[in-house]
Ligand binder design. Structure first.
Ligand code: SF4
Length: 256
C-alpha cells in the first residue's frame, strides 16, 4: 500500500510540483533515497532551464567524466542504498565491480589515503571542512578514476550518488580537466540531497551528519549493516526529508 503526496517546493529557479508515492507501512531509510534524489534532480532541472533561458550552455555531456576523479561524499542512507544496489546485480557484474573497488583500495592504501577516508566515515563528530580539504586535495591529485567509471561512463548511472547528479557546469568543459587550477562555473544547487539525507539520518539515529567517501562506501555499509535494517513509517521519513528541503531552500533564497 502506498500513499500519494502532492509536493510543492519553491526553489530559486522556479516552483517544483510533483506527486510522490510513499509506502504506508514501516520502511528502511534506503526506500526514501530514490524519491529524495528525484526531487533533487527536478530542482536541478529547473536550474538548467533557468540557465538556458539566460543564454548559458551546460557543458556536461555523456562521455565527459573529468569530475569523476574527485572524492564523492555520500550520506549514510546513500551508502546503504549503494550496497543494496550492488548486492542485487548479476554475480559477474557484481564481481567485476568488487574487483575494481579492490584495485582502488590498493591504490589508496599505497598513497596512505585509505585509512584517512575510513577515519572520516567513522568520525564521532561532523568532520570540519578544514580537515576534509587536504584529504580531498590529496585524493584529486592522484586523478584516480572512480571505481564505478568504465569507458568514461558511469556504470551505476541510475544508482549514482546525489553529489554526482548535482555537479553541472556552464564553463568550458576543458576547464574541468584541472578543477584545482581552473575556475569552473557550477550551476547553483538549491538543495544538497546528500546533506539532506545525512541530516534526516542524523535526526533519526541521534548521530552527527556523517560523510562516507564513495570508494569506501560499500565496506562501510557492510560494517554498519545492522543499522540499515531499522525501519520508520514512510510518511514520517518523507516529512523529515521535506522539512530539511524547506530549510535548504529558505537558505538558498536568503543567499540570493
Ligand atoms: S558514481 Fe558514477 S558519476 Fe559518480 S563519480 Fe563515480 S562514475 Fe562518476
Amino acid at each position: 500500500m502506498v500513499e500519494r503526496f502532492e509536493v510543492a517546493l519553491n526553489t530559486p529557479a522556479g516552483r517544483l510540483t510533483t506527486a510522490i508515492d510513499v509506502p504506508t507501512g514501516f520502511i528502511p531509510i534506503t526506500a526514501i533515497v530514490p524519491v529524495t534524489r528525484r526531487l533533487g534532480e527536478e530542482a536541478a532541472q529547473l536550474e538548467v532551464q533557468h540557465a538556458i533561458e539566460a543564454g548559458l550552455t551546460i557543458s556536461c555531456q555523456m562521455g565527459c567524466a573529468a569530475c569523476c576523479r574527485m572524492l564523492v561524499p555520500l550520506s549514510v542512507p546513500e551508502a546503504f542504498a549503494l550496497r543494496e544496489y550492488v548486492g542485487q546485480l548479476p554475480t559477474d557484474r557484481r564481481t567485476h565491480l568488487l574487483n575494481r573497488l579492490s584495485d582502488t583500495k590498493d591504490s589508496l592504501k599505497r598513497e596512505d589515503l585509505w585509512d584517512r577516508l575510513n577515519d572520516v566515515a567513522e568520525a564521532s563528530r561532523q568532520v570540519p571542512d578544514e580537515d576534509l580539504d587536504p584529504i580531498n586535495r590529496s585524493y584529486y591529485a592522484l586523478r584516480i578514476p572512480c571505481p564505478y567509471l568504465e569507458n568514461e561512463m558511469c556504470s551505476i548511472y541510475e544508482a549514482r550518488p546525489a553529489a554526482c547528479r548535482e555537479l553541472l557546469v556552464t564553463s568550458p568543459a576543458e576547464l574541468c580537466q584541472d578543477l584545482v587550477q581552473n575556475p569552473v562555473t557550477p550551476l547553483p544547487v538549491s538543495m544538497r540531497i546528500s546533506s539532506i539525507l545525512g541530516l534526516v539520518w542524523g535526526t533519526l539515529t541521534s548521530s552527527p551528519p556523517r560523510l562516507i567517501p564513495l570508494p569506501i562506501a560499500l565496506e562501510w555499509a557492510e560494517r554498519h549493516e545492522e543499522e540499515s535494517r531499522r525501519t520508520w513509517p514512510g510518511s514520517s521519513l518523507l516529512d523529515q526529508v521535506l522539512d530539511n528541503m524547506w530549510r535548504f531552500l529558505s537558505q538558498a533564497f536568503t543567499k540570493k
